[in-house]
Design a protein around this ligand. Structure first.
Ligand code: T1G
Length: 678
């Protein structure tokens, strides 16, 4: 295929193929539709339209993907260049047919540019989506009006309100893509398609289509998804726009979209969610290690322990196609563990979340054994055994003799000192922590605990591996509880004190759930197990938790904890727990008082922020946004509040400081200087 490259305007170049004009965008890393791209596209399309010898225009992108959306980095700044909605209208108004040639991920504004085109072709591996809702926004370049017109209300709701992309084939099935072309022949196939449609009239414009109201689809969608959208502003705004597409003219619907978009853009939730978009990606960067540091190859992973954690950890690697050797001490435990793993895969496959052959493929990569010696060929070994320093030291001593030179040794400990564990080996540089969150095969957060001696390439290797197993990794320093659990401590201490002073478990939990947490401290204790970390001496009752544990109120698993549970595990406030609390208050001579929700927020949430500031001051986290990532991905902090540190900043540092001072907490320096928000 010969082409004459006519001109390049910044990130846009045009090539002429006979009477077809090909416009190619090249703006790494993801061809985001920044001002230069938009202006270049506008100029190229207008030039093509003005050239009467051009019978069709193809728009495609170099690099790994079609336009992956508006440039999120531009939001909140004065608009430069042609607005994206206007660009889409320019494309759609072209009297020369325009074909979008899609590979990679046509997302957000990228999908909207494709919707403005008259035809869309895509390679099989391409995905198309409108994920703006995950940024607290909505498709603001006509997507809420064009997508329903092309694919109908039901499919449009799924794409716009849930924000999940669809495959090229699914897009073709719903009418979003006109043709799925060759995986490796997009440029040629798009040209051929352009030649096919060049003379066709009328040129199909999505805005000319109509979409009928579908209240049943709206109702069904709310019924299915309403619960998980609790607290978010954007989903409801998306639905409003989709409804407008079925009830109003295109122009009026665009006006609704514009109004709803601006309301979201100017709201607090989108700023928080956009903050997290970049925070998650920033967390992967290690400030003091060169990004080009050569990584150690990880061809086989060893996991010690096939219990809940060990099995879940192993699944992460198996699912990523990495062979795993898993060790247990007893055959019965080993069989139980591998059985749970297989059943987990089979359950996902049965629900259609995995291909039918996934269980066999994943389990086929697993080598169960009773012998630590079988870990000798592993490049990374992760221990997930009992949380006891003596046990860990014994394991690492033995691993030091078994593991091959250069193998990385990781502990899954949730709070023990990594430096102390490393010190029993002769390879302290190869040791670090990999703190997974339970269930380890589900929770996205991975705290990577950097020991004083951890080698740079070891840390870089594990951070890169985290991305491969689809974890969001955050580097933590060695301190009690690292980042997440350390911030959990003041919350738990204050929650228990508040019980003694007059609050109830349900009041404290209600405040946290109203804030947006999936559950409050006491609901969380009942879920995890009230007996976790209990000394197991029913005669030794030093606090309310001891009293509950001593009575066998170990939480949901026992049908009773801080709450009473019915057979469906629905919680109700427990009169027995109220008695236990009253007894403790009486013993301590505490007179219960009414406690305000504001006091609960200050003493359980502001104190967490204060601890986060101390974590930063001590260098236990690289940056404030890392702390936000930990709490969003590890503990369910509501994304629309951006994480503890972002939230505190949006609340106003002075308000947080005043709250801490009011209840007598020493305020971390970083909150006063602002360092805590960097
Ligand atoms: N804008 C700016 N930068 C972006 C970007 C974007 N849309 N998408 C990615 N990046 C950067 C990212 O920060 C990282 O930078 C690098 O690209 C690689 O990203 C009007 C309002 C495309 C699936 O929400 O989902 O259009 O860290 O690490 O894992 O209706 O990026 O290297 O410096 O994620 O291969 C809608 C967001 C925008 C898509 C690729 N679009 N991006 O994943 O790489 S709003 C989105 C993604 C909008 C209009 C509305 C993913 C990806 P750095 P990465 P990846």
């Amino acid at each position: 295929m010969t082409s004459h490259s006519i001109e390049r305007s910044g990130p846009i170049r045009t090539e002429r193929e006979g009477d077809i004009l090909v416009i190619v965008a090249d703006s790494p890393p993801v061809n985001a539709l920044g001002a230069a791209v938009r202006d270049g596209l506008e100029a190229a399309v207008k030039a093509g339209v003005a050239d009467s010898s051009i019978s069709a225009i193809v728009i495609r992108c170099d690099g790994r993907t079609f336009f992956a959306g508006a440039d999120i980095g531009e939001f909140g700044k004065p608009l430069q260049g042609i607005p994206l909605p206007t660009l889409v209208d320019v494309i759609e108004a072209s009297p020369t047919p325009v074909i979008a040639a899609i590979h990679g991920t046509a997302l957000g504004g990228g999908c909207e540019v494709a919707l403005g085109c008259h035809y869309r072709v895509a390679v099989p591996s391409a995905k198309l989506g409108t994920p703006e809702v995950k940024l607290g926004l909505l498709p603001g370049a006509g997507g809420t009006q064009r997508l329903p017109r092309l694919v109908g209300v039901k499919a449009a709701l799924e794409m716009i309100v849930l924000g999940n992309p669809v495959s090229a084939q699914a897009a073709a099935d719903m009418g979003l893509v006109d043709k799925v072309v060759g995986e490796d022949t997009l440029a040629a196939d798009a040209l051929a398609f352009a030649r096919e449609v060049a003379g066709k009239r009328p040129i199909p414009r999505v805005r000319d289509r109509l979409v009928a109201p579908d209240p049943a689809a709206i109702e069904a969608f709310r019924k299915t998804h309403g619960r998980k959208l609790r607290g978010f502003d954007a989903p409801e705004a998306c639905i409003t726009c989709v409804v407008a597409a079925t009830e109003q003219s295109f122009e009026d619907g665009l006006a609704v979209e514009r109004e709803q978009f601006m309301a979201l853009m100017n709201g607090t939730q989108s700023a928080a969610q956009r903050h997290l978009f970049f925070a998650e990606r920033k967390a992967a960067k290690i400030d003091d290690i060169d990004a080009a540091t050569p990584l150690r190859p990880i061809k086989r992973v060893g996991v010690i322990g096939a219990g809940t954690m060990g099995g879940g950890i192993a699944m992460n690697f198996l699912s990523a196609g990495v062979p795993v050797t898993i060790v247990e001490m007893q055959q019965e435990a080993l069989d139980r563990g591998t059985g749970v793993m297989r059943r987990n895969y089979e359950a996902s496959a049965a629900k259609g979340r995995l291909p039918a052959d996934a269980p066999d493929k994943a389990m086929g990569l697993l080598s169960p054994t009773l012998s630590l010696d079988d870990l000798g060929d592993c490049d990374l070994i992760i221990e997930a055994v009992y949380e006891d320093m003596g046990v860990k030291k014994d394991i690492f001593t033995r691993l030091d003799a078994i593991a091959k030179p250069g193998a990385i040794l990781a502990s899954n400990t949730s709070y023990l000192n990594i430096d102390e564990i490393a010190a029993v080996t002769k390879r302290t540089g190869d040791v670090l922590g990999m703190h997974f969150f339970s269930p380890a095969n589900v929770m996205k957060l991975l705290e990577v605990v950097r020991g004083r001696q951890t080698a740079p390439d070891v840390l870089a290797t594990v951070m890169a591996l985290a991305k491969k197993i689809r974890k969001v990794a955050v580097v933590a320093g060695v301190c009690d509880g690292f980042i997440g659990n350390r911030m959990l401590m003041p919350r738990q201490v204050e929650a228990n004190k508040l019980l003694m002073e007059g609050a109830t478990p349900e009041q404290i939990d209600r405040v946290h759930v109203a804030f947006g947490m999936p559950m409050g401290p006491f609901q969380m204790a009942d879920l995890a197990g009230v007996d976790i970390g209990w000394h197991r001496d029913p005669g030794r009752i030093e606090n309310i938790r001891d009293a509950l544990a001593a009575e066998g109120r170990w939480g949901q698993k026992k049908g009773a904890g801080f709450y009473d549970y019915d057979e469906k595990r629905n919680p109700t406030p427990s009169p027995r727990v109220a008695e236990i609390i009253d007894d403790f208050r009486a013993k301590e001579g505490a007179t219960p008082r009414a406690i305000s929700d504001d006091e609960i927020v200050a003493r359980t949430l502001y104190t967490m922020v204060n601890e986060g500031a101390l974590i930063l001051e001590e260098g236990m986290a690289q940056r404030a946004s890392d702390i936000d990532v930990v709490w969003v991905y590890g503990y369910g902090w509501p994304v629309y509040r951006g994480g503890p540190m972002f939230w505190a900043q949006s609340e106003g540092a002075e308000k947080v400081i005043a709250g801490l001072e009011r209840y007598g907490f020493p305020v971390a320096k970083g909150l006063k200087t602002g360092e805590a928000f960097k």
